[in-house]
Each structure stands twice: as C-alpha cells, then as structure tokens.
Design a binder for this molecule. Structure first.
Ligand SMILES: [Zn+2]
Length: 185
C-alpha cells in the first residue's frame, strides 16, 4: 500500500518536473488579439460607459449624456488589507487598513488635470465616479488622480490648457519634478 503511494508521488513529481511548454510569442500576440476582439475581455460596455482604445492604451467613454452630480460608475474591485500588499499603480486607499484594487471599467479611467469627473468616497467601502460637468456621449471619462509624487510619477499628456505636466496632485508637482531630475542624473 505504502509502496503504491510512494510510486504515485514519484510519478507526480516527475510530471511536475516535465518542461513547461512556452507559448510562442507570435502565436500569443495573435491569440491575444482574437481574445480581445472576439471575447472582449478588456472590452466593457453597458448603457452608461464603454472601454475603448486610445493613445494611452485604453480609456473609458460615455455612452450616454451625464449631468453634473450624476454617478457615472461605482468603482468595483477587490478589497485588500493594505498592510504588506505591494499594490498596483491603481490601488485606492479606502481606510487605514483597507484598499481597493479596481477592476474593469474603473481601472481604465485615465487621469486629466482638467477632468470631467470626480472620485467620491461615499463611505469606507463605496467609491463613485461622479460627473462634475455636462458630459456628452462619446466623451472620454477622466478624473484627477491626485497622486503623491514618486520617482515613477509619469509625465502628464492630458493635453488640457492647465496641464500640470505630471500625473500627481497640484501640491506635489515640485517634488515630482525634483524626483524626475534625480532619476535622469
Ligand atoms: Zn495634465
């Protein structure tokens, strides 16, 4: 009986040691393209917003008109205990203990220094994207990320006349410039 178990274990560990079959990069690209267009994993569309491609990669667009103060979407995703979690660039701090890792479509909403939406925290675990002006169908949905400055703070390409040049809070621009300068040296 024990021998049989040992045999099986050996067989299984042998199986685990068999070489991993790597997906050919060209085939991966081709399959990914088909997955995106035919199954729309990165696409999202309801009666309110849809995900589309643009110069930034992806963006979220209004399907209908939104009036000032109207909820555009609720930010949904995974609630994570912040302690020890390395997080992504999109992680939203909810409380001292909890953060939200947003999912599609919220994760594709781009930053703008002159946004048409605001991020509103309604309660500890409820985040909303709310229109701050009239939004016409087809318009890209944006909000001000208000990030703190980091060495990785990206340059802003939102194109608005009052663009701060960096994807960070207005009070953090000086620090972002300084950190970027240091990185170049
Ligand atoms: Zn900008």
């Amino acid at each position: 009986m024990n021998d049989q178990i040992t045999d099986r274990c050996q067989q299984e560990s042998q199986y685990l040691r068999s070489p991993i079959i790597v997906l050919d990069p060209k085939r991966r690209k081709k399959l990914q393209k088909r997955l995106d267009t035919e199954h729309g994993y990165r696409a999202y569309c309801d009666h309110d917003v849809e995900v589309g491609k643009n110069a930034c990669g992806h963006g979220v667009y209004a399907v209908r008109q939104f009036l000032p103060g109207e909820i555009v979407i609720e930010v949904e995703g995974q609630f994570i205990r912040t302690e020890g979690y390395p997080g992504s660039d999109y992680l939203m701090e909810l409380t001292k203990e909890w953060s939200l890792e947003p999912c599609i479509p919220a994760v594709f909403i781009n930053h703008s220094c002159s946004p048409n939406c605001e991020l509103v925290q309604l309660s500890d675990f409820e985040m909303l994207i709310v229109a701050n002006c009239n939004i016409e169908p087809g318009t890209e949905i944006t909000f001000d990320y208000r990030w703190t400055a980091h060495p990785w703070t990206p340059e802003c390409k939102c194109g608005s006349p009052n663009c701060r040049g960096w994807v960070c809070d207005a009070d953090e621009v000086k620090k972002a410039k300084k950190l970027a300068g240091k990185k170049k040296k």
